[in-house]
Structure formats: structure tokens, C-alpha cells
Design a protein. Structure first.
Length: 344
């Protein structure tokens, strides 16, 4: 029999353990490494997260409300991980290994993707690009919606799976960006506003000063707030776009809105994120693997039984569904009573 309380406890321990490990790496780099830690930015995140967790503890222990407690816990977990995950990407970039941009350009060519043609299309449809740009910048909004929706529709184990998959995808992309670093399309092609006079892409070249500063040693500050996104390969935006869609798939009134928004976000990633097409392919593959790994780590038996790993089965998992629909493995035929047997 599935014990959801135990599964949630295990999942939270696993999530906090990963966060602690990443925090240890970042802290060590700041204490004995060449980096300087902007302590005030971390204290603000720590104070806010501690306050949120105190409320979550109240609704977990003293006035039990598992949905609200899970929403608060998930928010704190994601906030703390983001605060230490971004600096981890800075540490990875400081390895300064040879750039892979020329390889990614060649891979795009082999895949038949013309980046400049896509830029021209966006520039020719500037009003449409506004929708792409909004989708690309919707990360915080989508993360908030996903956490609240999963929590308040009582998909508490799935919420932990989403957070853990989010963390796994981030850590893997950071590790790969250290081994296969790239400055991205804006730096590689030396583009200027004359190449896109009608649009204002979200990121452009704003990350290049930090990225190259980390590589040559001139930038050595780790901060919890205000970090630049410097990962090119694989695309974390593409990975998270897929995770957002899969996570909320069982919620009928949210499913299609998230699909539309994240298809736009993934399509916007080359221009608004300065990514190669190969970055997106790699990001999507990582997201799929991380979702499968996360669901099994959190509680493989429950997801296998509920059919939530396969999104083709997801429509049967809806708010208000009875136990037989939500947990097929628990809906077993009951033996007829002796009285009913005698009656027959």
C-alpha cells in the first residue's frame, strides 16, 4: 500500500540533501577558492526561505494542511536552489575550457537549422516576437504557477518530482556547460542591432562580460540574486519548458495553456536566449531523462501504478477522480461476502 506521507518525507529529505550539497560546493569555492561571496544577497534569500519554511512547518505540524504546507515548502526549495544553482554555473564557467561554439554552428548546419533565417523571421514579425519574448521571460511566473497548481490539486508527490527533476536538469546542464562551454550566438556571430532593427531580444549580449570575466579571472563574485544566465549548451530554458508541460499535464484547465506558453518559450530560445538549435535538442533530451529519473527516485511504485510517467495516460488523473481512477493498482476487485455467496 502506498504511503504518501512517507514518500513526501523521503522526497523532501532528498531535495534538501541536494540543495545542501550544492551549497557546500559554492561555499567552499567562496571560502578557500578564488571567489568572493556577496553575503548580503544570500542572507536575504535565507531569511525569506526560513520564514516561508516556518509557516510551512506550522501548517504541517500544528494546523495540518498538506496542500498549503507543500506549496510553501516547494517555493522555499526552489528559491534556495536557484540562489545556489546560479553561482554554481559561475564556478563551472571559471574552468575556462576551450569554447565549443564552432562545433555547435556545424551541428546546427548538419541539422538543417538556419539561425539567421529565424532571426529574420522574428524581425519581420515584430508583434509576434513580443509573444515569444514574453514566453521566454515567463520562467518565474511558470514556476510559481506549477508549484501552486500541483499543491492545491493535491498532487503532492508529483510536485516533489517536478522540483527534483528541475534540480537534476539544472545540475546536469551546469556540468555539461563546464565541459562544453560556449559564449552563444550573439558573441559568436558578432551581431548588432542593425541585424534586428525591429525587435528587442530578451538577453542578447548582456551575459558576455560576466562569461568572459569568469573565464579570464577578472570576475569572481558569487551572488544569490542578480546572477546572469551564462549557460549555452545545453539550453536550460528548453529543458524547463518541457518539465513545466509534463509536470502540469494532469491538470485539465492548465494543461493546454502551459503547452502553448512553453512551445513559444522553446521556440523563442534561439533568438531571445542566443542559443544554438543543438542546445535546444540537448536540453529537451536532458529534461525527459531527468523527469523519468525524478519520478522513480521520489516514488517509482506510485508513478508506475498511477500511470503518471506516461503522459498519454494523464487525462485520467484529474481533480475529483476517485481512488480507482487515480490509483489503479489499489482498485482491486473485492471478494464476495459469504452472505452474498449463499444468496446465489
Amino acid at each position: 500500500m502506498f504511503d504518501e506521507t512517507a514518500a513526501l518525507r523521503r522526497a523532501d529529505c532528498l531535495i534538501w540533501a541536494v540543495i545542501a550539497a550544492v551549497t557546500l560546493i559554492v561555499g567552499t569555492a567562496g571560502i578557500i577558492g578564488p571567489f568572493h561571496i556577496d553575503l548580503s544577497s544570500y542572507l536575504r534569500v535565507a531569511a525569506a526561505s526560513a520564514f516561508i519554511m516556518a509557516i510551512a512547518s506550522f501548517y504541517s505540524r500544528f494546523r495540518p494542511d498538506p496542500k498549503l504546507a507543500s506549496a510553501l515548502t516547494g517555493t522555499a526549495q526552489l528559491a534556495v536552489f536557484a540562489a545556489v544553482g546560479a553561482p554554481l554555473s559561475y564556478i563551472a564557467a571559471s574552468a575556462g575550457l576551450p569554447l565549443w561554439d564552432s562545433h555547435f554552428v556545424a551541428w546546427d548546419r548538419n541539422l538543417g537549422f538556419d539561425w539567421m533565417a529565424w532571426l529574420a523571421a522574428m524581425n519581420a514579425h515584430s508583434k509576434l516576437h513580443l509573444a515569444f519574448r514574453f514566453a521566454y521571460l515567463s520562467f518565474t511566473l511558470q514556476a510559481t504557477v506549477a508549484i501552486l497548481a500541483l499543491a492545491f490539486t493535491n498532487r503532492l508527490v508529483r510536485l516533489r518530482s517536478f522540483i527534483f527533476a528541475f534540480m537534476l536538469a539544472s545540475i546536469i546542464t551546469i556540468a555539461m556547460s563546464a565541459l562544453m562551454p560556449a559564449q552563444g550566438v550573439w558573441g559568436q556571430l558578432h551581431l548588432s542591432t542593425s541585424n534586428y532593427p525591429n525587435i528587442d531580444p530578451a538577453t542578447q549580449s548582456m551575459h558576455l562580460a560576466v562569461f568572459h570575466g569568469l573565464r579570464d579571472g577578472s570576475f569572481r563574485t558569487l551572488m544569490a540574486l542578480g546572477s546572469e544566465g551564462i549557460i549555452t549548451f545545453p539550453s536550460l530554458h528548453a529543458a524547463l519548458g518541457l518539465l513545466f508541460m509534463v509536470a502540469v499535464w494532469p491538470i485539465p484547465y492548465l494543461r493546454w495553456a502551459m503547452i502553448v506558453l512553453n512551445v513559444l518559450m522553446i521556440a523563442a530560445t534561439p533568438i531571445d536566449g542566443g542559443h544554438y538549435f543543438s542546445d535546444i535538442v540537448a536540453g529537451l533530451a536532458i529534461a525527459a531523462l531527468c523527469w523519468l529519473a525524478a519520478t522513480r527516485c521520489v516514488d517509482g511504485r506510485r508513478f508506475a501504478a498511477a500511470g503518471e510517467i506516461d503522459i498519454a495516460d494523464a487525462p485520467s488523473i484529474a481533480p475529483g477522480a476517485d481512488t480507482a481512477t487515480r490509483y489503479p493498482s489499489q482498485a482491486r476487485p473485492q471478494p464476495a461476502s459469504r452472505k452474498s455467496l449463499k444468496a446465489t
